[in-house]
Design a protein around this ligand. Structure first.
Ligand code: FAD
Length: 466
């Protein structure tokens, strides 16, 4: 019976082969596989999947178009809600969002909505992207800070309404974490740039190498004729453990390690002359997507023993299940229920060992997860050549420090009204990781969509006043 048919597998590179290269691991559905998967969709009258999507994609309607082999139309349908479908189809945690609500999931595998989204977006890119009809300018100018998923979404949504939008991006490439954090083997950079180009073709201008807070302040943006500002500057500042020995050579923040590897292309040495010093034994501290990416990059850069050190157990790992599985298949060693105590040097300034303490899970903490508690006298040492610290990121404070009246939480995130994404300043909105703290691509995009609607309302009302 169709109801019980398992999900259609997506072809992947074999682990032994892929751990030696940076090519994309998951190869995507062929037309035949996409049709097979779409045929499982029940086209529910009261679809639950849409409720799980932070950008409200009309999922049943795009899957129906796939069933009819109208792939280009399906991509167009998705793009009415999401300007970055090839990206979301690859990296969104669908298992906790749309797919979690799919009715088929009650008794078996839910529909692989993300794989279908990726398929239609890739199909459209191959046959040629169709642009929506050009909109008439309606005479308002908005500045967007940051060209990550939050900024790009806000910009695209505002431009589609007819506002003039300019993005100010600190780096020399647009894309945010999609370019500098998530590795090529999960999200090819050509795909990110193709979706950024779509946003540009909508008419959004992007100024690169333009750090707001250094080059211009928000006040100066207003002085230059912008009527509203959206801050989507992300959370790019690495957190540290503050343990003895953390400054030893060979210890990287995941941020630095991934920027060198992905943005500065250390993996293509000597074509790109970016130094990266990765030895044979690497320990990654943390259990999220950033930790999995760091571990899998280390393998590809030549390490032969890579450890994930995480203080809770397997069920608590915050990384996407698929990425944990991929890391395991590639041979990453999971050292769970362990926490670093200090880093020990070789006497010449290089890290040589980590002292770890075993942990057990105690009572649930405020987050509802069981609190990890050290087991007395259980310390042990793991010899290492490198350590990568992947325990979270916080917002860079430069905008907050240069903008009077912009209030922040004690974690440095910008305070906004949840319903509108307005900050404590008039005409200044914010969203994405800079508000939520490190989260997901789709939640940043969802916040961008809300902010765009609010900015549009604000500008409409402002016009009425005159
Ligand atoms: P960012 O993507 O950080 O973009 C912010 C942009 O603002 C950057 O380009 C930055 O250069 C720019 N900027 C910062 N300050 C300024 C300034 N003062 N002036 C001008 N520009 C500025 N999420 C998922 O959903 N799935 C995953 O699989 C996943 N994997 C991840 C792997 C890694 C390694 C990392 C680090 C994150 C991952 N995430 C994942 C999280 C996700 O990438 C982020 O939640 C998302 O990118 C946040 O979007 P954003 O637009 O708020 O910020």
């Amino acid at each position: 019976m169709a109801f019980n048919k398992p999900a259609t597998e997506m072809p992947k590179q074999f682990p032994e082969e892929r751990k030696k290269n940076f090519d994309e691991v998951a190869k995507g559905y062929t037309k035949e596989l996409a049709l097979e998967e779409a045929a499982r969709c029940l086209s529910c009258k009261n679809p639950q999947c849409v409720k799980g999507c932070p950008v409200n994609i009309d999922i049943p309607s795009f899957i129906s178009l796939v069933k009819e082999e109208k792939f280009k139309e399906a991509a167009k349908r998705v793009k009415e809600f999401n300007a970055l479908p090839a990206i979301c189809g690859r990296v969104c945690p669908q298992e906790n969002q749309c797919q979690k609500f799919c009715i088929l999931g009650i008794r078996g595998d839910p529909i692989e909505i993300g794989r279908l989204e990726r398929f239609v977006a890739d199909y459209e890119r191959d046959v040629g992207v169709e642009m929506p009809d050009a909109v008439k300018d309606i005479g308002h100018k908005v500045a967007v800070i940051g060209a990550g998923p939050a900024g790009l979404t806000t910009a695209a949504e505002l431009r589609k309404i007819g506002h003039e939008v300019e993005i100010f991006e600190a780096l020399h490439v647009p894309g945010g974490v999609l370019m500098y954090g998530i590795p090529e083997f999960r999200l090819p950079k050509a795909i990110v740039q193709s979706e950024v180009n779509y946003v540009k073709k909508l008419g959004v201008k992007i100024h690169l190498d333009s750090m707001v807070g250094k080059l211009y302040t928000i006040e100066e943006l207003f002085d230059n004729g912008f009527e509203a500002v959206f801050i989507g500057s992300g959370a790019g500042l690495p957190n540290f453990l503050n343990l003895p020995g953390e400054n030893l050579n060979g210890i990287y923040s995941a941020n630095e390690f991934l920027i060198r590897t992905n943005l500065m292309k250390a993996y293509r040495f000597p074509e790109y002359d970016t130094p990266i010093n990765i030895g044979k034994k690497v320990a990654v501290i943390g259990g999220g997507n950033v930790a999995m990416d760091s571990a899998r990059c280390s393998l590809r850069l030549g390490a032969n023993e890579v450890y994930i050190i995480y203080r809770r157990g397997r069920n608590e790992l915050p990384a996407r299940h698929e990425e944990v599985e991929n890391a395991e298949e590639e041979g990453v060693i999971f050292t769970l229920l362990n926490n670093p105590v200090r880093f020990i040097g070789d006497g010449r300034g290089n890290v040589k060992e980590i002292e770890l303490v075993r942990m057990e899970l105690g009572e649930p903490d405020d987050s509802g997860r069981r609190r990890p508690v050290p087991v007395p006298k259980s310390e042990w040492r793991l010899p290492v050549d490198n350590v990568i610290i992947a325990i979270g990121q916080s917002p860079n404070p430069i905008i907050q420090q240069t903008t009077n009246g912009l209030e922040t939480t004690r974690w440095g995130t910008i305070i906004t009204d949840e319903a509108t994404m307005q900050t404590t300043l008039e005409a200044v909105y914010a969203g994405g990781d800079v508000v939520s703290g490190a989260a997901t691509v789709i939640s940043a995009m969802g916040a961008g969509k809300i902010a765009a609607q609010s900015i549009n309302e604000y500008l409409k009302n402002k016009k009425l006043k005159y």
